[in-house]
Design a protein around this ligand. Structure first.
Ligand code: NAD
Ligand code: LMR
Length: 328
């Protein structure tokens, strides 16, 4: 094994997404089959959570993954994020009975302020951060604002599940292989307001929009299906999506670290004003990745329907941002 191990921190490590995620990171699916990793796992100090984490660690050990160069259990972000190269912030406060959205935002603002500060203090100066815990875009924004010494561009939110869901719906509508779909974009917030946009998408070079040619399906079936997929899974399973969320997190980090070979993917990233989105808004954009950096696909024409969808998801994000302003 010649490569030096990299440090990967995962929060909420004993939760459902953690259970679907850690084994794949340790087997090399995220950073490559030649890249050893040290897992730095964070859970809340609660005894039950720490015990559950111990059990997960026993199972990781029992897999005897050749690439797993170390496993650490933590209850404090200040130790969990020490020198970390990649941080997957999965743990978040779920919405409880009677909790309003504002309560959820406030509870998570505390978590992501503390974790952003800890990353700022102890992580690698090049740490790449993916926020999965909901509300993912706003939590990522909070972490970014709490880490002024780290590059803002290194804080990202997970829109990849929406991207993958959109690709799968299109593949099924067209009867094509999902892997053949290119140039799909998802704009905005990880929420039902996201705008999955297949105007530029192709399958084996053929335009998806021209082939489907059905605005009614786009507006009244496709967008609501993708937007409400999380709720549909909760209704069916009694639990929120976990394996597909973990898979999307792997896809996001792998593509960011190892590149997309020109292929478009979707990442939630801080805006620099692209497409008229105000600076610092954590917004889903189509990007390509190369050499460990992402680049927004620029110059795409935005028609009236798309602008309306983008405005709606932006308004929601700005509302969330306003809701946590006093906490930052
Ligand atoms: P879960 O409840 O099974 O696990 C979450 C874990 O996080 C728990 O073990 C909990 O103890 C831990 N935790 C809570 N606060 C923490 C903190 N401050 N530090 C460290 N750990 C903490 O939940 P899950 O199903 O794994 O989902 C995790 C989050 O991911 C939720 O917010 C969920 O809504 C979100 N999610 C996002 C997407 C997306 O596409 N962005 C998709 C699916 C789920
Ligand atoms: C999802 O999209 O599956 C998650 O964000 C869970 C949810 O609450 O929708």
């Amino acid at each position: 094994m010649s490569k030096k191990p990299v440090r990967v921190a995962v929060t909420g490590a004993a939760g459902q997404i953690g259970y679907a995620l850690l084994f794949r990171i340790a087997s090399g699916e995220m950073l490559g089959k030649d890249q050893p990793v040290i897992l730095q796992l964070l859970e809340i100090p609660d005894e039950k959570a720490q015990n559950a984490l111990k059990g997960v660690i026993m199972e990781l050990e029992d897999c005897a993954f050749p690439l797993l160069a170390g496993i650490e259990a933590h209850s404090d972000p200040m130790t969990a994020f020490k020198d970390t190269d990649y941080a997957l912030l999965v743990g978040a406060r779920p919405r409880g009975p009677g909790m309003e959205r504002a309560d959820l935002l406030a509870a998570n603002a505390q978590i992501f302020t503390a974790q952003g500060k800890a990353l700022n203090a102890v992580a690698s100066r090049n740490v790449r951060v993916l926020v999965v815990g909901n509300p993912a875009n706003t939590n990522a924004y909070i972490a970014m604002k709490s880490a002024p010494d780290l590059p803002a561009k290194n804080f990202t939110a997970m829109l990849r599940l929406d991207h993958n869901r959109a690709a799968s719906q299109i593949a099924s509508k067209m009867g094509v292989a999902v892997g053949d779909i290119e140039k799909l974009a998802v704009w905005g917030n990880h929420s039902p307001t996201m705008y999955a946009d297949y105007r530029f998408a192709t399958v084996n070079g053929k335009s998806v929009k021209d082939t489907i040619n059905d605005h009614e399906w786009n507006a009244n079936t496709f967008l609501p299906t993708v937007g409400k997929r999380g709720a549909a899974i909760i209704a069916a399973r009694g639990l929120s999506s976990a394996a597909s969320a973990a898979n999307a997190a792997i896809d996001h980090m792998r593509d960011w670290a190892l590149g997309t070979n020109g292929k478009w993917v979707t990442m939630g990233i801080p805006s620099n004003g692209e497409y008229g989105i105000p600076k610092e808004v954590m917004f889903g954009y189509p990007v390509t990745c190369e050499g460990g950096e992402y680049k927004i696909v620029e110059g795409l024409p935005i028609d009236a329907f798309s602008q309306e969808c983008i405005n709606k998801t932006l308004a929601e994000l700005e509302g969330e941002k306003d809701g946590v302003k006093h906490l930052l």
